[in-house]
Design a protein around this ligand. Sequence first.
Ligand code: ATP
Ligand code: TZP
Ligand code: MG
Ligand code: MG
Length: 273
Amino acid sequence: MTDIGEWLLKVRGERPLVHNITNLVVTNVAANALLAIGASPVMAYAEEEVADMARLAQALALNMGTLDQRVVAAMRRAGRAANDAGVPVVFDPVGVGATPYRTETARTLCDELRLAVLRGNAGEIGVLLGAGGAVKGVDAAGAAAGLPQAMRAYAAERGCVVVATGETDYVTDGKTVWALRNGHPLLAAVTGSGCQLTAILGAFVGVAGRGADVAVQAAAVIAGITCFNVAAEMAAARADGPGTFQARLFDALYHLTPEDAVARARVEVLDEG
Ligand code: ATP
Ligand code: TZP
Ligand code: MG
Ligand code: MG
């Protein structure tokens, strides 16, 4: 078994607490996806408690899908507490580029917080990095040609892992760029597949530990994406459509074996850097 299987076993063994400040659409599915893969979710939003919860957690997952002033203030406060305690922060800039408020908020959070992982669809990451690309509401509506290169430059400058998802997922630690080719088109037919993945990446970087090197965090992220997407492939094989697919996805995350994840993984180095 390679690395990917070991990361999955580590998540199951440690059952990391992932503090989520996420959106109103996906709260339930994100919590269920975390439970299914073997992690421990908590959703906490009150300004009075977010700093304490973030410090307790093994990772903090921030998602601006249904942002408002209070949610943004909570994300800021939780993010600062996590940074001070060395707790890894994963950020999903849902819908960045759709409105000036989303764009400004995403840029501010990226500048104010030290992120371990930035994950969005290819349109969102392209817009956020100023590389081109487009969004339609919260969905990707086009990716930039030079996106992997722009991602690598940003990751190197910020010392974080950057992920752009879609049919192919691109991951970089600022040096190497990987292309990941697992997954299934049904993931785009249910809401919140990206948000579930973001929460799961919290679990995987969470077990990498506080203050882990960016290269180690990238290995955890590659494992997390591959486990999620392999589970989706297995779920799709038993689903009739989006409804049964989401239910089968929870089942597949729950039953996923390290052996299946490793055997079905399609991870390639795109650019060694
Ligand atoms: P969007 O709102 O545009 O759907 P998102 O934030 O939900 O974006 P996606 O890019 O859809 O994020 O990625 C979510 C998950 O779905 C990732 O694991 C990705 O690999 C997978 N995925 C998305 N589209 C496809 C596809 N056509 N084929 C295979 N996997 C896909
Ligand atoms: N509207 C605001 S957040 C959200 C919608 C539909 C969910 C987006 O989920 P994802 O994972 O980005 O598809
Ligand atoms: Mg989606
Ligand atoms: Mg999304």
